[in-house]
Design a protein around this ligand. Structure first.
Ligand SMILES: CC(C)(COP(=O)(O)OP(=O)(O)OC[C@H]1O[C@@H](n2cnc3c(N)ncnc32)[C@H](O)[C@@H]1OP(=O)(O)O)[C@@H](O)C(=O)NCCC(=O)NCCS
Length: 336
């Protein structure tokens, strides 16, 4: 377990020596809010251990309650992300009392401060700042981000830590109220479902469309294992001259449906090879996927796309999607 001692010393006179000291790195962090406190305090920032689980879940769930489509964090979800090596959790404690938690996550959009949650203490912002600094030490590629609700007062906290708003994420939602005609595509394209044996080609098309490894090989197989309902039929593709050139995946929005007793479908990923764009392929496949979800009994469909993805947002709006929620990305460049 790695421990960082955050050593805050106050003198009765009101003047003080460095407020917070990270013992291992000898980095001093000014935490002016703590000046107001007239007692000595030692906050330790350390890595998560098994015994922290219930308190971390409590802090997180208290903080997130009321957020958009809030689903309580569950132990199994955190453990599986930690096992995959994508999540590192940190804890701030004082005199064996857990004050807060933060997490580093290496996800789809980059390296992220996944959360910072501190209990209601007078110097809570200083403890949050110390936790965020700990997460930043684990960033490998020099750039880190976090997400906040668009318009949230928390934006100013992140700006004070050197983060800047840049882009964001839309949840796009559409009602499904019938089977609608597909946008017309040229006769050279065949619109159909994926066939068994085409999984690798499908993964390559998606990754070539995104320009980075959006899906790992064997992903379709994993989806089948995770969700017994899932089969190749749920993957909608366009074929031209014997090769797949565009794809849109439909699924059930299992977590939402379980938590909110809904019947919502989920779409994504969607991608068209660069040389076949602008021919209505993604539009036709998205409509086909929406019709498919409707026929499976779903009453709405949701997906996530970046606000700066103008092609995706325009296409979705034409098909009846609207913004269900908007998160801003707050980015910090750690190399400057
Ligand atoms: C987004 C993407 C799937 C669109 O695929 P596509 O097959 O070219 O899409 P379509 O031809 O059906 O586009 C239809 C509509 O989208 C919009 N659109 C498409 N490309 C656009 C662009 N470059 N700029 C602005 N709008 C665009 C237009 O409104 C267009 O309608 P129009 O033809 O009447 O003008 C494709 O650009 C892609 O693979 N991008 C990379 C992966 C990605 O971002 N996936 C979506 C994230 S969830």
């Amino acid at each position: 377990m790695s421990k960082r001692l955050v050593n805050v010393l106050f003198h009765g006179t009101g003047c003080y020596v460095p407020s917070v000291c990270w013992c291992d790195s000898k980095t001093f962090i000014a935490v002016p809010e703590l000046l107001r406190r007239r007692r000595a305090m030692a906050v330790i920032i350390r890595e998560f251990v098994d015994g922290d689980m219930s308190r971390v879940l409590q802090l997180l769930n208290e903080q997130r309650r009321g957020s958009h489509e809030f689903v309580p964090f569950a132990e199994e979800r955190l453990l599986s992300l930690m096992r995959e090596g994508r999540l590192k959790i940190f804890v701030a404690e004082e005199s064996h009392e857990t004050l807060g938690t933060a997490a580093y996550h290496d996800g789809h959009w980059g390296e992220e401060v996944e959360w910072v949650a501190v209990c209601n203490v007078p110097d809570g912002k200083a403890v949050e700042d110390a936790l965020v600094l700990e997460v930043e030490k684990h960033v490998k590629k020099g750039k880190v981000f976090t997400t906040v609700d668009e318009g949230s007062p928390l934006v100013s906290n992140w700006i004070s830590r050197g983060y800047r708003p840049e882009g964001g994420l839309y949840q796009m939602v559409a009602d499904l109220d019938g089977v609608k005609p597909l946008p017309q595509v040229a006769k050279s394209f065949i619109i159909r479902s994926l066939r068994k044996g085409e999984e690798n080609e499908f993964v390559s098309v998606v990754n070539a469309g995104f320009g980075w490894e959006r899906l790992k090989s064997g992903e379709v197989q994993r989806w089948k294992v995770e969700a017994p309902y899932f089969s190749e039929d749920w993957v909608h593709v366009a074929e031209c001259d014997g090769r797949i050139v565009s794809a849109v995946v439909a699924k059930q929005d299992v977590e939402y449906n379980r938590s909110f007793k809904g019947s919502r479908g989920y779409l994504g990923p969607a991608a068209t090879l660069p040389d076949c764009r602008g021919r209505k392929l993604a539009s036709a496949l998205t409509r086909r996927a929406m019709n498919f979800l409707f026929e499976k009994g779903m009453s709405s469909a949701a997906l996530y796309t970046q606000e700066q993805n103008v092609a995706s947002v325009a296409l979705l709006q034409k098909l009846g999607f609207h913004v269900g929620h908007h998160w801003k990305f707050m980015w910090k460049n750690l190399l400057t």
